[in-house]
Design a protein around this ligand. Structure first.
Ligand SMILES: C[S@@+](CC[C@H](N)C(=O)[O-])C[C@H]1O[C@@H](n2cnc3c(N)ncnc32)[C@H](O)[C@@H]1O
Ligand code: SF4
Length: 397
């Protein structure tokens, strides 16, 4: 196989339009096993899940969310989880049909399904493609068996490679996720693994530093001193190696953890980071929709069976529906947009915040190499700033 790709390669993807678009997120909250590092809204059930019942509930909540966003044209759908590849292709087809009934769908809409690479799930890929999925995001996580076991994953590297090959053959677009800054990982080991990943990757890679999330088994182990993770300096070196290698092979970061061949950026995630509008459907999904008083933060009940009952009784599981103040919107715009290599439009921020960025704070951050201007009305975090993004955002906000 050809090694990587030089940065001068002409992309086969047209550029993603600058418009943030309108996105629909659908949450499938079930997994075959709970990974010890994960704090997502994912649950293991020992009885089979009634998928037809969930598909009907999704249809009802989709119709409700569409009433809240009439006239929008859907530019992306993301079936995330949990493990959406535990859904039968018919369930995925039913959800996509409900979305197509509720909204107008752009002809070039990006339809992504998050999949785990075990062989059972990979065998459903053709069915997902037939149902309308045109992009798969595979949870590979590591390309060595010892680390996959340590992460509590149910697949091995051979299954991951096989699932990648199958997905490349079936779907027009493919991304996969890796978690780095794992226990005992050296920069050299990560460089070798990432080189293989770039070689296997089709058009997009999500590369996440391991986060020790409160309430997870990893958190307890870490607190007890039984799980060591790279310290700040090693983490920074791993991050730097990640940027260097992906850039050298034509897949630069367009967001703090996301890398793509130009034009293959995730349109769905760009809607979030460019602070567009989106509907969230299913247990524990979040959305940003227009409502009385402006943009609303909308969220649904997290617990799957409680959500199901709510939707069956009232057509939706919405538990939060709060109008955001312009200042809150300005904060969110900053928080999301500074994750992007393209940064944020300061004119838009100024309109919401009702003021300019504090010039002294900005000058100080610039002097420390944390932010930079891309023209008079655009600001972004530098790679050094990305490493401490929360602090940069807090200073500017
Ligand atoms: C919600 S998960 C769903 C994907 C799919 N269920 C899977 O695990 O393959 C999305 C991604 O978040 C990342 N992730 C989850 N927990 C993480 C953590 N504690 N630290 C870093 N990345 C994490 C993983 O790479 C995972 O693929
Ligand atoms: S499979 Fe994915 S969503 Fe499920 S527990 Fe593991 S990391 Fe979390």
């Amino acid at each position: 196989m050809e090694f990587g790709r030089p940065s001068a390669t002409v992309s086969r993807f047209p550029p993603v339009p600058r418009d943030p678009g309108f996105a629909v997120y659908v949450h499938w909250p079930f997994c075959a096993a709970k990974c010890p590092y994960c704090d997502f809204n994912s649950h293991v059930r020992h009885q089979p899940v009634d998928q037809e019942r969930y598909a009907s509930a999704f249809a009802r909540e989709i119709a409700e969310m569409a009433k809240r966003s009439a006239g929008e044209r859907v530019t992306s759908v993301f079936l995330g989880g949990g493990t959406p590849s535990l859904m039968k292709p018919e369930t995925v087809g039913a959800v996509l049909d409900s979305i197509a009934k509720a909204w107008d769908i752009a002809p070039d809409a990006e339809i992504t399904l998050e999949a785990n690479p075990s062989s059972v799930e990979a065998s459903r890929f053709r069915g997902y493609r037939a149902a309308g999925v045109n992009r798969v995001s595979l949870g590979v996580q590591a390309l060595n068996d010892a680390d996959l076991r340590a992460l509590g994953r149910l697949h091995d590297v051979d299954q991951a490679r096989e699932a990648i090959g199958l997905a490349r053959a079936i779907f027009p677009r493919l991304s996969f996720d890796l978690i780095y800054a794992r226990s005992g990982q050296t920069v050299e080991a990560w460089e070798a693994e990432l080189t293989e990943a770039i070689d296997l990757a089709a058009d997009h890679l999500s590369l996440y530093q391991l986060t020790i999330e409160e309430g997870t088994p990893f958190y307890a182990l870490h607190k007890a001193g039984k799980l060591k993770v790279p310290d700040g300096e090693l983490s920074a070196d791993l991050y730097e190696a990640t940027q260097r290698l992906t850039e050298a092979h034509g897949m630069p970061a367009y967001e703090i953890s996301n890398h793509a061949v130009p034009g293959a950026e995730s349109r769905h995630n760009l809607t979030y980071w460019r602070y567009g509008l989106y509907a969230g459907v299913g247990p524990g999904a979040h959305g940003r929709l227009m409502g009385p008083g402006g943009r609303h933060a909308v969220a649904t009940e997290r617990h799957p069976e409680t959500w199901l009952k709510m939707v069956e009784d009232w057509d939706s599981g919405i538990v939060t529906d709060d109008a955001l103040t312009p200042a809150e919107e300005a904060d969110e715009l900053l928080l999301m947009g500074l994750r992007l290599a393209e940064g944020i439009d300061l004119k838009r921020w100024r309109r919401l915040a009702g003021r300019d960025i504090d010039t002294e704070v900005e000058a100080d951050l610039r002097a420390h190499g944390m932010v930079e201007r891309l023209g008079p009305d655009r600001i972004r975090a530098t790679p050094a700033g990305m490493l401490v993004l929360d602090a940069v955002v807090a200073d500017l906000a």
